[in-house]
Design a binder for this molecule. Structure first.
Ligand SMILES: [Zn+2]
Length: 334
């Protein structure tokens, strides 16, 4: 299991930019025309309607990254396969699905996830499981729940969980000796070609992408705020971006991806740390901003502008800053 650790206060109310075009794509991805669909099967404690909607949205957003067709496969697995408490599976699986289980986990976790059974040949997961921590779930903002579920769904698809040769054994017993990671001294490095190329294109140096000690997340100091950052818990109150690194990591696993669905992303410059990345991201051109600026916070959010918008950043207007404290659109949903 690869957990997302919750390590920090959640006061940062940053909603990372998602391009409006992507949002449109996502809204459509539940339709039958979508080439890749993530079905969610809810188990455990019931979710509220709003939480269910967030889980669905996270599934749609992650599915929109992928273009691969799913290869239908017949499975007959006893109960408790993959994880204790899961039901028996006796069906032809026609699309990727995840069990989303709401239960008590360790207090410092938002959730955890893993792929369950891999296709013969492609070594892509047949299905997966995402556990969400019932403790504290109701206190999670919409953005934090979205961010958490997206992060865990990526693990369920194999990102960070199928990077070692030992993990790459198919349902029929085939094994794949490829390892995507290598240990160099005390550091784990990601070395599979697509994500490594994306890393270099962003100015990253060295023979691999530094990983966290669990070898399943980008090192927090390397990427700072990113959906698969080892320090994702430091960047709460927002949906962290799916960078070109993570999109390319899906490609390394063998998924065909929808090119252009990665979020605009910068690595922190050497020696400058994560604060510099955050302010750089915040001062970038606001995508899809009308010439006269946004007329409402809803419009700004729909265009993918991170909120709150600070005075001096594109999109800031005094009219959107009711209390005049230099932060516009600081109330979620308004
Ligand atoms: Zn994780």
């Amino acid at each position: 299991m690869t957990p997302l650790r919750l390590a920090s206060p959640r006061f940062l109310r940053w909603l990372w930019g998602w391009l409006a075009g992507l949002a449109t794509c996502l809204a459509l991805s539940g339709a039958s025309a979508a080439p890749f669909v993530i079905e969610t099967r809810l188990l455990g404690r019931p979710l509220s309607a709003a939480q269910k909607a967030s889980v669905q949205e996270a599934a749609a957003r992650v599915a929109a990254l992928i273009q691969s067709p799913y290869e239908p496969v017949r499975v007959d697995l006893p109960a408790d396969s993959c994880e204790e408490g899961l039901p028996r599976l006796n069906e032809t699986v026609k699309r990727f699905f995840v069990f989303v289980v709401v239960k008590n986990l360790d207090e410092d976790l938002y959730g955890s996830a893993q792929p369950c059974e891999l296709h013969d040949g492609s070594f892509l997961p047949i299905y997966g499981v995402v556990d969400l921590n019932a403790r504290g779930l109701n206190e999670l903002s919409r953005e934090d729940l979205l961010d958490t579920v997206m992060h865990e769904l990526l693990h369920a698809l194999g990102v960070g969980t199928l990077w070692t040769a030992e993990s790459r054994v198919s349902i029929g017993g085939q094994s794949d000796d490829r390892s995507f990671v290598r240990r160099e001294g005390k550091t784990w490095l990601y070395t599979a070609p697509r994500a490594l190329a994306a890393y270099r294109a962003l100015g990253g140096q060295g023979s691999g992408i530094p990983l966290d000690p669990d070898a399943g997340h980008w090192a927090g100091k390397t990427v700072c705020a990113e959906i698969l950052s080892g320090e994702a818990g430091e960047y709460s109150g927002r949906v962290n971006p799916v960078s070109p690194l993570t999109l390319a990591a899906l490609e390394d696993l063998g998924y065909r991806v929808n090119v252009g669905t990665a979020a605009p992303f910068q690595l922190p410059r050497p020696g400058q740390g994560c604060a510099a990345q955050r302010s750089a991201a915040g001062t970038g051109a606001a995508p899809n901003m009308p010439a006269g600026g946004f007329t409402s916070c809803a419009q700004a959010r729909a265009a993918g502008v991170p909120t709150p918008i600070r005075r001096g950043q594109p999109g800031y207007r005094p009219e959107l800053d009711g209390d005049g404290d230099g932060l516009a659109c600081e109330t979620p949903g308004r």
